[in-house]
Design a protein around this ligand. Structure first.
Ligand code: ATP
Length: 345
């Protein structure tokens, strides 16, 4: 409900929602909406024992695979969890400062989304890195819950809300009812594993070495789970593994489909298992209301069609799948009642 106090509080507040993703970090400021979206990459130079941060986000991503010996472009989040604590903290500190116009005295309340079913140790790492980066209070929310709120599903109703969130590191499949998670499964197969599979395929089939950025570009350009003839093609550059010199080849969408088939199967299987384990009354709701697809992986061409064919359920791609998680976390932050119900310890 609108109130001048809420308005004023929202305006003065520095509270943040953060989707600390394997591929992208997205920040939402209370009262303003999404204010930052950058790749979760940090370029670090090793000076003896000290590490110096050279670049963060987009600038650092451009350096992936192109750095000289003493500089490394690090992705500190792996499979949805913190793999490098120090670098994650430096990245968070940089992003928080950036959205608060480099004011260092700001100590916001922060809500961060985490994969469902992560360990206590992994949760503590997220909380501590946010605290070290300047947070006053840290709340955690499970990604599928945040994605469901962000996709405007009626999570507090006694009805099944089924969500599939496909990110860079994890695919989360969950059924939510009455603001609680009835079923959740997180599998560590998502966009990154598809990129890796494309990279290996090009190496094996075409004797061409490519980097992970090129592999991702192939996926987002001609990646298609059910391509049709005439197949889309793309010219890609890499290093010929036989002659050792740079070379350009043409790949087709049919090839990329077979390269990522194993990863797509894992996702389909996770959804099938979730449907099998959902209590019958809730399963009936899913038949009526369908399953909502979020995360960057939802943009993979025809994945929705393939999931529909494999499960027989209606599949709805969220309006802005790359933002669902952070928008949901932001909504929770805006509403204390929801925040109390959906946050985890
Ligand atoms: N058009 C597209 N087609 C296929 N994949 C895409 C497309 N656009 C983005 N992606 C993929 O989506 C993934 C990133 O999605 P998202 O930002 O939701 O993940 P994340 O939140 O960083 O990861 P996680 O939730 O696993 O920690 C990347 O693997 C990216 O390549």
């Amino acid at each position: 409900m609108y109130s001048p106090f809420n308005f004023l509080f929202g305006w003065l507040s520095n509270d943040l929602a953060i989707d600390l993703g394997t591929a992208n970090t997205v920040l939402y400021v209370k009262g303003k909406g999404i204010v930052l979206r950058e790749p979760s990459v940090v370029a670090v130079r090793q000076d003896g024992r000290m590490n110096k941060v050279l670049a963060v986000g987009q600038e650092a991503k451009l350096m992936l695979g192109k750095t000289p010996g003493n500089i490394s472009a690090i992705r500190p989040i792996k499979d949805g969890v913190i793999a490098d604590f120090e670098v994650t903290e430096a990245m968070l500190r940089y992003f928080i400062k950036k959205v608060h116009n480099r004011r260092t005295l700001v100590h916001p309340r922060i809500i961060i989304s985490v994969p469902s079913g992560i360990t206590q140790v992994e949760k503590r790492a997220v909380k501590e890195s946010a605290e070290s980066a300047g947070a006053r209070e840290v709340y955690l929310i499970e990604e599928p819950m945040a994605a469901a709120i962000g996709a405007d599903l009626p999570i507090t109703e006694p009805t099944a809300n089924m969500i599939i969130d496909i990110g860079g590191g994890t695919t989360e499949v969950a059924v939510i009812s009455l603001a609680g998670i009835v079923y959740a499964k997180s599998v560590r197969v998502a966009g990154d594993k598809m990129d890796e599979a494309i990279l290996q395929y090009i190496k094996r089939k075409h004797n061409l070495a490519i980097g992970e950025r090129t592999a991702e570009l192939i996926k987002t350009t001609i990646g298609n789970v059910m391509p049709e003839e005439p197949y889309e093609t793309m010219d890609i550059k890499g290093r010929d593994l036989v002659s050792g010199v740079p070379k350009t080849i043409t790949v087709g969408a049919d090839e990329i489909q077979s390269a990522i088939a194993e990863q797509v199967d894992v996702i389909v299987e996770a959804v099938r298992v979730a449907l099998e384990l959902t209590p019958p009354e809730l399963a009936a709701d899913i038949v009526d209301q369908g399953i909502v697809l979020t995360g960057g992986g939802a943009l993979l061409k025809n994945l929705d069609k393939c999931l529909k064919e494999e499960t027989g359920m209606p599949i709805i791609v969220a309006d802005d799948p790359l933002s669902s998680v952070v928008l949901g976390s932001g909504k929770a932050l805006d509403n204390i009642e929801i925040l109390k119900e959906v946050c985890i310890d």
